[in-house]
Design a protein around this ligand. Sequence first.
Ligand code: IMP
Length: 427
Amino acid sequence: MPAIAVIGAQWGDEGKGKVVDYLAGRARMVVRYSGGNNAGHTVINQYGEFRLHLVPSGVFYPNLTSIIGNGVVVDPGVLLEEMDGVRQSGVDIGNLYISDRANLVMPYHRLLDGLEEKSRGKGSLGTTGKGVGPAYVDKAARLGIRASELLDPATFRQRLSFILEHKNAVISAVYHAPPLSIDEIYGEYCAYGEKLAPHIRHTEPLVAETLSKGEMVLLEGAQGTLLDVDFGTYPYVTSSSPMIGGACTGAGISPRHISGIIGVFKAYPTRVGVGPMPTLIEGEIQDMVRERAHEYGATTGRPRRCGWFDGVAAAYVSQLNGFTAIAVTRLDVLDVLPSLKICRAYRCNRERLEHFPASISVLEQCQPEYEEVSGWLTSTSEARHWEDLPPQAQAYVQYVEEVTGCPVAVVSVGPRREQTILRSPLL
Ligand code: IMP
């Protein structure tokens, strides 16, 4: 069996967890490959209710190995807290491993995330404030501390001392904030190291071994392609690559092993944080969609902006990732709308754009060109087969297929596992 990637196709929060859950029964391993505890999703199962930010949801399946890949930045305090919560509910987490190459989120990353955002004033990026961006900056600057270093306290102290001197200079000289203490950070992180030691290891050979046995590896994305640091709405993006390229580098896997790339689209896009969203729904309808679907950030609780389906962005994201199948989630949320808008092109300075622009100032000026289609005004939450969906809902899903050029294999009509329509084989 090959590797299958589950990728967010909008600005995150598309419902990737449900697709991973759906496939997990057939898989042997789940690898989270990007982001950090800026992501978050709620898992409800026989063990209870969990809000997970770092621990892959595969941890609840006894036959699965769960891996936090090298492409993730790990806040060890947050990870240990999540691991404790999961363990206390009776789940064995012996099969959870963290790549020794994963960079760590350090206290100065969290501090700098807040200070940098404040100093940007009106130009703030709306980050989650978890230190994820500054941790990736340090990774690229070769000033990161990796999980493996927690296992070697003497070298860890030397590197921390060198890095912290530099960080403290910035914290006090640029931001006029009090410097951080090396002894406190060292003590705190050595304690984390002792607890995490049994879980830190070379994870790439584990992935390779699983694939060589012909077993399925699921590559679990965080965030979404429109937040990608290269292809998203830069600079209003996250600092990693949530798309298919990031899956290879963030899990340590060759693209030749990947045979399925599943794009997850919510039936209406949402966006939390700052940055343009051309198809934002105006007024009361947006409030209604938000309340109906409880669209509030799982990490920060901020309200998510809700939009009409953006075909321009969807075509672009689909082309970048080369999706082999699509899952459309939360179709049921639209059940109450008498009519829906879908966007096939943008208008910008009298020009018609069918491609997603790179420039944020162009994107901010883009006006969506909408086509209005009729809604279905029927509950779809009990639909289990494609034929159960009203024709208007089928047409809406087919529109997603048309703009992406990719089959919609799964339609989700509610949070429960059984509220899923399998239209064609996912793999
Ligand atoms: P950061 O990743 O915390 O630096 O935040 C950068 C941008 O990405 C902000 O607009 C965040 O709201 C957004 N973001 C980060 N993680 C997620 C996520 O899991 N879902 C949705 N938006 C996210």
